[in-house]
Design a protein around this ligand. Structure first.
Ligand SMILES: C[S@@+](CC[C@H](N)C(=O)[O-])C[C@H]1O[C@@H](n2cnc3c(N)ncnc32)[C@H](O)[C@@H]1O
Length: 193
């Protein structure tokens, strides 16, 4: 994880311009997926691996009113802070379990985060663990993640165990300038009765 932190520490100041020039699409695609199924736009959304806040901006533009952000990189969080769209920002490595107070998060988004060299497939488990029943989780898996069966394997495991259902799985553009595509998943955590 130190390599990832060093990489984003260097990239933080030019990240927005660089990904815009490559046509980065997954942040907007995740927000669009979430807004299709969320019934209350005042429910808090956690933007996991929020980076400089492009994914938070996409959530805000989609209509979400309460957005928290978290990232493994403090320089990326500093950029996100300047956007003034987040209720709360915190440092966390989502390859590890996370503690979130009950009621603090209804849904989660992870755009461009759960990929080789970034957050591990275990991030899917860690996020589903803190969502309430009925909570939605939108995330992208790019072509590199799709080549590694461990990533979609976590999705299948949660579906097979009855912990979550797949509301959407859509393959489309991720970074067209680099000829990279991604799947956007939208999962709903099942309510335990
Ligand atoms: C490609 S950027 C995406 C940023 C933002 N979500 C967006 O759509 O522009 C990936 C982000 O994930 C963060 N990241 C990588 N591994 C992480 C981990 N294990 N836990 C939390 N954040 C991580 C990086 O620091 C970086 O800010």
């Amino acid at each position: 994880m130190e390599d990832t932190q060093a990489f984003y520490e260097q990239w933080a100041s030019t990240y927005d311009a660089d990904v815009a020039s490559q046509g980065y699409a997954s942040a907007k695609r995740c927000a669009d997926a979430l807004v299709q199924f969320a019934d209350d736009l005042t429910s808090p959304v956690l933007d996991v691996g929020c980076g400089t806040g492009l994914s938070g901006m996409a959530l805000s533009k989609a209509g979400f009113q309460v957005i928290d952000g978290a990232d493994i990189s403090e320089p990326m969080l500093e950029q996100a802070r300047e956007r003034n769209i987040y209720r709360r920002l915190f440092l966390h490595d989502f390859s590890e379990p996370v503690q979130i107070e009950a009621g603090r998060t209804a849904h989660a988004v992870a755009a461009g985060v759960i990929n080789p060299g970034h957050a591990d497939p275990s991030a899917i488990d860690n996020l589903l663990a803190v969502l309430p029943g009925g909570g939605l989780f939108a995330f992208s898996l790019n072509d590199h993640a799709l080549e590694d069966p461990r990533f979609e394997g976590r999705v299948h495991a949660h579906v097979d165990s009855g912990n979550a259902e797949v509301l959407m799985r859509e393959y489309g553009e991720h970074m067209p300038g680099l000829d990279l595509r991604s799947v956007i998943y939208l999962l709903r955590k099942r309510s335990t009765v």
